[in-house]
Design a protein around this ligand. Structure first.
Ligand code: SAM
Ligand code: SF4
Length: 330
């Protein structure tokens, strides 16, 4: 699959549910309205869709959400998709999780062939964790991360940089990740979905500022490492681990974009930051063979936009796109 700008699309991110057991302040409002259950694709339908993308050349699949591990029977989907790893048509099957269910599933994920997981964790302070996630349980996440490591999974911690919230514990996080053997990626907060009350401008911390702060204590060297995602990496000499920076706001990473995103209702977003989308549920359900579906995917890739138009400043406090990250899958 090649888009109009010559980019090879080899990476599919799938939001398997928009539901979550947390209510992170930058992601959801506390009284979120979720999609009606009737609109959600079955696991069998998700499997068929993912497999069609693999047939078309996708080499990397990431399950996300919402919280992927709260979807009932989700291991069935992982197991089914694991067969593409065995046959060699898929390079990587992975997930992004808040970690709450990892203690339960880490071993099984490793058995299926998942090699690494991204766990979102913005703070090491249990009280702050409570404030950020509203409903999360810090100890449960810590147990989940340890279980993932013990199961042999590589762990990357994803932290959203939040001004006045976690900017005073950046060094602690680098140290903690170094000691645990985890890589760490910082993400700039993106203007997605109405989150009630909180103004984006107040949360937004440019990673250029964050990197300058880190350099006061750590020796950072630019790395050529490429995870196939939008992060740029540095090596930390003192810990031997990597730190990634995902900077959609300060650095436009669209030119090398290799991905598209599928929601749990079968809507394909060709860009995280644009409203344009293609409905794949109708062609999926219209017939038992995949011809219509494959034609619809091809047509959608043919209109993948060049990039996003995120802006956060004093005049632009509202969301750039109306949907929440939990719908498109972060
Ligand atoms: N629930 C899982 C988790 O938290 O890892 C997966 C879904 S979550 C939407 C994926 C990632 O998106 C998380 O790392 C989260 O911190 C990030 N995220 C959510 N809303 C965001 C926003 N407005 N700006 C930047 N990152 C955001
Ligand atoms: Fe849930 Fe992840 Fe959004 Fe937090 S960031 S509310 S854990 S989907």
């Amino acid at each position: 699959m090649i888009d109009p700008f010559g980019r090879h699309i080899s990476y599919l991110r799938v939001s398997v549910t928009d539901r979550c057991d947390f209510r992170c302040v930058y992601c959801m409002s506390e009284d979120m309205t979720f999609l009606p259950k009737a609109d959600i694709l079955s696991l069998e339908e998700l499997e068929r869709l993912c497999s069609a993308f693999v047939q078309l050349g996708v080499r990397k699949l990431r399950m996300t959400g919402g919280e992927p591990l709260v979807r009932r029977n989700i291991m069935w989907l992982f197991r089914k998709l694991g067969r593409h790893l065995e046959s060699g048509v898929l390079d990587e099957l992975t997930l992004t999780t808040n970690g709450s269910q990892l203690a339960k599933y880490a071993r099984e994920l490793a058995e299926i062939g998942v090699r690494r997981v991204n766990v979102s964790l913005d703070t090491l302070d249990p009280e702050k964790f409570q404030k950020i996630t509203r409903w999360g349980r810090f100890d449960q996440v810590m147990e989940g991360i340890a279980a993932a490591r013990d199961a042999g999974l590589g762990v990357k911690i994803n932290a959203v940089a939040l001004k006045g919230v976690n900017d005073n514990e950046l060094h602690d996080m680098v140290r903690w990740c170094g000691a645990g053997g985890y890589d760490l990626t910082f993400i700039e907060v993106m203007p997605m979905g109405d989150i009630g009350g909180e103004a984006r401008f107040d949360q937004y911390l440019p990673l250029s500022t964050l990197r300058a702060e880190l350099q006061k204590q750590w020796t950072l060297t630019d790395s050529k490492f490429d995870s196939g995602g939008p992060a740029r990496y540095v090596e930390v000499a003192e810990t031997g681990r990597k730190i990634g920076f995902i900077t959609p706001m300060t650095h436009n990473f669209c030119e090398s974009c290799n991905r598209v995103r599928l929601t749990c209702t079968g809507t394909l977003y060709m860009c995280l930051g644009q409203e344009d989308a293609a409905d794949l549920r109708a062609p999926l359900r219209a017939s038992d063979d995949d011809d219509l579906l494959i034609a619809a995917i091809g047509e959608a890739i043919g209109r993948k936009p060049k990039g996003h138009d995120f802006i956060i400043d004093r005049r632009n406090k509202g969301p750039a796109v109306g949907r929440h990250m939990s719908v498109t899958g972060g």
